[in-house]
Design a protein around this ligand. Sequence first.
Ligand SMILES: Nc1ncnc2c1ncn2[C@@H]1O[C@H](COP(=O)(O)OP(=O)(O)OP(=O)(O)O)[C@@H](O)[C@H]1O
Length: 819
Amino acid sequence: MGSFCEIVEVKDEQSTSRRPLRANDKDQKPPIMRKGFNKFLEDDINKLFESVNIRTSKSFDLSETRRNPSKKPMRGTGGNSPVIGFSEAVSLKQALRGMCISQAAEMAAVKRSSMPASPRISEAGKISNIYKSVVVESGELNRSRIEMSLVPQESTSSTSISSNFGVKPITHNIKSTSSEAGRPLAECIADEEIEPVSEVDIQTGLQEVNDSVDSVLPRDNGYGKCSKPDEKICGLNEVESVPSKDFSTSLKVVGKAAPKPRQKSRLQNVSSSSLVKGKKDVKSTRIRPVIRNKTLIIRKLKKVNSKASYEVNSAKDQLICQRCQCSLMDTSKDSIMGPTIGSDVFSGNKDCDAKKLDSIPTCWDNRGTSVVKTKGDISQSSKSSDFSSSTTSLSEDSNLSGSTCGSKPHMSKDVRWQAIDRVRKQYGFLGLSHFNLLKKLGSGDIGTVYLAELEGTNCPFAIKVMDNEFLSKRKKMVRAQTEREILRMLDHPFLPTLYAQFTSDNLSCLVMEFCPGGDLHVLRQKQPGRYFPEQAARFYVAEVLLALEYLHMLGIIYRDLKPENILVREDGHIMLTDFDLSLRCSVNPTLVKSSSLVIEPHRVSGPCVGSSCIDPFCTGPSCKVSCFSPRLLSASARARKLKADALAQARSLPQLVAEPTEARSNSFVGTHEYLAPEIIKGEGHGSAVDWWTFGVFLYELLYGRTPFRGAGNEETLNNVVLQNLRFPDGPIVSFQARDLIRGLLVKDPENRLGTETGAAEIKRHPFFEGLNWALIRCAAPPQIPDMYDVGNYQMGSEEKGKRFLECGVNGEHLEFELF
Ligand SMILES: Nc1ncnc2c1ncn2[C@@H]1O[C@H](COP(=O)(O)OP(=O)(O)OP(=O)(O)O)[C@@H](O)[C@H]1O
């Protein structure tokens, strides 16, 4: 459209009809800038025209906007981007402000009287017409502000006056259907049910309208800020999707229903997903098999078809594939799993056992206790570590292929790093040949885990072996990759440390920390009554909470919390494992002010809420001393009060919240009894699912069973969605514990404890009152694994011999076995 001035020639009589200018009017003529006028008059008219940006297009073609995204309204950025629609508003406003139209018109009329009358047009009438049209249009704009297009449009049918204010001309896009083409604009508008927006005057209205339009448009799409120009108008995509014929109605819909970005994405998710509404649907969706007892996995692998076996020759430390009788060579370059990190590849080096690594520290003593012998000191490895949660991600190089622990400070003093480092230095690589496979620890969906000893070190490791071909065929490669990537990121006392990763032939191996204490599911079943005492449960859930908090900070939603995935280390502390179902997402850490962190009364409904009660087992009415503030405080009460004050002070400090609240997934993942209602309903889920599972987990530890378990999987899923939470009469569980469970097992994720500020919210619950979060890893665990259990894993070197690693496929499972 450029910057030329366009004006519609109108006859004098037309000015009296106050008929707005229309693009489709047949009697309208193309604009003509006539020559030979008096210079002054021309100047004045030009001035006026330059100042006033009138659009005569009466046709707002929404379909045009729909077809061409670049023409959609855009949100105001208030700054650097050329917000044309806004400029249009400003130009009109400035026109009315900067020049007194009526004065200009009068002046022009006076000047005109001294001029010879034009045979075609009366200048005074023209000016008057323009003036009126401005007034009329202004009035219309005041009513139908939201009909303004905020982007320039090429409208062949429109005639307009462009301004010289340095902004691009735009079309006002007054809607018009073919049937309306001949009707006055006011009528057309009146017919439309335009949602009135806040009343604004012509001076400021346009800008405000733009603001209001902007305000109803989502600023981001729910998955992060829109950064590209096209993405900026993501809100308008929604306008497009509104099945409306005209823009005003569409905009009205947006204005009314434009959800928060999160809600919007949820809506989209729902519509795009295969919703699981009923039993039938639930059935048809893949659900992770629930195998409580890992020993159920078939062990008679020789009967299994399509199996491949590998011989572990401890004499030569070679893994020999019995299928092709070849030793496993480095095929990392061609590996489906991607490049092997560093030189950790199996090459079938024949010198593997030529030299024993005499000076390698021992990690494993005679009793099977994990001890570190360094410079005469004996200390438990996990306690000698320094944990720093500041490390959030690791580069491939620094993480695994380096000569030390890389950038995993909390495990930096772990002797296993040194052991691996020595092997690497000695052989130039680290591969499966350097490990003696001692025992199969269990099989999962994507691989089998073995207890392995690093050759000559007595250092136990857990090695997860995955067959790439199998993963690829079963479309489980992504899960394996997710797990591998997450493991590489982790550096936390309650999460596994990945020491090395290598690919041999078609096998992908992850070398991790070994937990000799079994899992919490097994441990719970060993407890009297098959449930944990509350103190023990509190300890375990507290450690799990810290692990989840760390994961969330890294943008990892765990999604598969259950006792089976919580292993017990040799020192009795926990380790959360199994990340193949985790969801990775972005997280925006924010500093939340104290006022928003005040515990909401409805969320923590205990009688001691807000009091100085620090007894985690307070059962309410019996808690007399702490719930009231006596005038004369005893020494202990004073101490309690001081502590409570300090706590309150700590609470008032701003807090860092790193909860991936924006994340959304529609995957149907998890374990039946632990599935959150929003997953079952297919509503899309985020980090709140971890707080639901956390509630189920606490319930199971305390009561020995999960809260919604039914006779079958379908009944369980129905119960999760429909059944109210109930607590059994026994065992006796504290009010605080039940209150916490109640807060977590809220079916609506929006109202669930932890949804707002994540783990910080849960940590403040009275159930954890008095718990020293920073030092919990140094606290005495409820139970240390039996030496017998640990010793079972230890195998003397005399027991080592030829070990066969046989691999077979059984249904969805890949099974390896040692022979
Ligand atoms: N670091 C470890 N130390 C000791 N045992 C482990 C370790 N990692 C895994 N295990 C055991 O090995 C078994 C298999 O673990 P894995 O993670 O492969 O499967 P899973 O937990 O059943 O999950 P998935 O099916 O999702 O892979 C588990 O039962 C677990 O107890």
